[in-house]
Design a protein around this ligand. Sequence first.
Ligand SMILES: Cc1ncc(C[n+]2csc(CCOP(=O)(O)OP(=O)(O)O)c2C)c(N)n1
Ligand SMILES: [Mg+2]
Length: 329
Amino acid sequence: MASTDALQQTVGLSTGQLLELYRRMVYLRTYDERSVVYHRQGRIGTYAIFWNHEAIQAGATFALTDDDWIFPSYRESAIGLIRGLPVETLLQWWRGHPSGWWSPADWNVASITVPIATHLPHAAGLAWGKKLRGEDTVAMAFFGDGATSEGAFHEGVNLAAVMSAPVVFVCNNNQWAISTPIEAQTRAESLADKAVGYGMPGVRVDGLDVLAVYSAARDAVERARRGEGPTLIEAVHYRAAPHATADDPRAYIDMERVEEERARECLGRYENVLREAGLLTDELVESTRKDAEDLMRAGITAAEAEPPADPELLFTHAYVDPPGNMRNG
Ligand SMILES: Cc1ncc(C[n+]2csc(CCOP(=O)(O)OP(=O)(O)O)c2C)c(N)n1
Ligand SMILES: [Mg+2]
């Protein structure tokens, strides 16, 4: 079919790859929607919703190999799914259970980072270290618009540039940092412009267009592997869900705008692209969603079957010499 050829030529992906990208978006979407339900049912704790961020997460990571490292923030908490990290492990993280932590080197997925931007120097350091060892590993770090105001953003991005470290910095510009709008965050016209000051390319893409995000990430990964250093990608969209389950955005966001954004959501948009190219059928949509739902159901069952953690663990790694009032007996 002509439109299939055109699509494949534009982005350079095979039919199988285009559908794998779709599958990853559906898995992320399903994980997110089910997690909000599990939170309401009291089965997981406070949860950071990433509904409509799937194009950024699936698109950018699609440019990586499994040897490359991913550094997620809480907004990309489920990114490990892409590498095969078990759903129950990710759900246990939100349940505050120790089995929700994994060894980053097992999956090349760093720990989920809550302190804003603190993982950017880690990504720069890992990538620089790999380069010194002669490995061609790339590190991809995710963070938000608000993170670009943090000192650790400056430190991580500048270090990566100075060392020509192979890092792809992916800024999810959803235009809100909880209740702080982008206008109050920066006077810069775009966040991609900040790259100029560090001496690296800055690219601005539509964060709801999974193929545009993928293309920008692929170029950045190739550049990094050629030894030409880091790139800053700004993926622009608009937060179409509360910051987290503990947030009530009605206090600060125009909900009509949010409804408009929800109508433009990224998964339906990619489904339309695939349908127009003759690649997606109703049966495939149904079976992909069902597989994702089954995986989630099995994941929450496995998570809940795990015995509760020993509360003493809270202190196990906190002190070399526990103070007297914390010692047993
Ligand atoms: C160092 C630090 N300061 C403050 C916070 C509290 N906090 C949690 S999320 C958030 C907003 C971050 O917004 P942004 O970087 O745009 O990411 P988004 O949540 O929109 O994906 C803040 C300030 C934190 N987690 N870490
Ligand atoms: Mg934000």
